[in-house]
Design a protein around this ligand. Structure first.
Ligand code: DC
Length: 209
């Protein structure tokens, strides 16, 4: 199985890194956050409650991975809702099953999320844990919004990132944490270029074996 597992907190740069890696190696890429987001959006769109686990799991079981589109799913409210339903074990079971089916695609795959190296693909030959301080992640998100012509408040974004971290790291089922055998990439003081080249050397070494 040629699966590259990439985990880390929100806004650490793992999305950009994962897409580039998938591009360079010609692998399929799945941003697993989108599976949680799409489930949450389907609930919101249908006016269904976010706190009914049976309803949410039913929606998760019927999710079509082919239709995932970050531009439609990136809204802040969808991210918040996604992190709420992501604490539900039966939602996770349904989405993890779909993610595992994706992970075995040929010639190889890159999956990014929170629990890929620990739960979804514990046997992945390469695991990366991409992180950065909450302040650096908030600043990057702030700059991104401004560059896109939007309006943002740095303190609000920082609070938001901290709350999201707490929820992702504090949940009982599959909390965000590095796998014991993950390579840590702290991008607080590292450019995306440097992170990419470090990632490549870990991947090349692992896939050569
Ligand atoms: O990475 P993101 O912001 O798109 O993820 C949205 C939410 O989905 C995040 O708060 C936690 C959840 N998530 C998860 O629990 N497990 C994953 N593998 C990916 C995302």
């Amino acid at each position: 199985m040629k699966t590259i597992a990439i985990d880390g907190p929100a806004a650490a740069g793992k999305g950009t890194l994962s897409r580039r890696i998938a591009d360079v190696y010609g692998f399929h890429h799945l941003d697993t956050g989108l599976t949680y987001r799409a489930t949450a959006k389907a609930l919101l769109d249908r006016g269904l409650p976010l706190d009914d686990e049976a309803v949410a799991a039913d929606v998760a079981r019927n999710l079509d991975l082919a239709g995932l589109d970050r531009s439609v799913l990136s809204a802040h409210a969808i991210g918040e809702a996604a992190s709420k339903i992501a604490v539900m074990p039966s939602v996770r079971r349904a989405l993890v099953e779909a993610q595992r089916a994706f992970a075995v695609r040929e010639p190889g795959t890159v999956l990014d999320g929170r629990d890929i190296g620990t739960v979804v693909c514990p046997d992945a030959p390469v695991k990366l844990y991409v992180t950065a301080s909450a302040e650096v992640r908030a600043k990057r998100r702030y700059d991104e919004i401004l560059a896109g012509g939007g309006v943002a408040d740095y303190e609000t974004i920082l609070e938001d990132i901290r709350r999201r971290d707490e929820r992702d790291m504090g949940r009982v089922d599959s909390p965000l944490k590095p796998a014991d055998d993950a390579h840590l990439l702290d991008t607080s003081e590292m450019s995306i270029e440097a992170a990419f080249s470090a990632a490549r050397s870990f991947i090349d070494a692992a896939l050569k074996q």
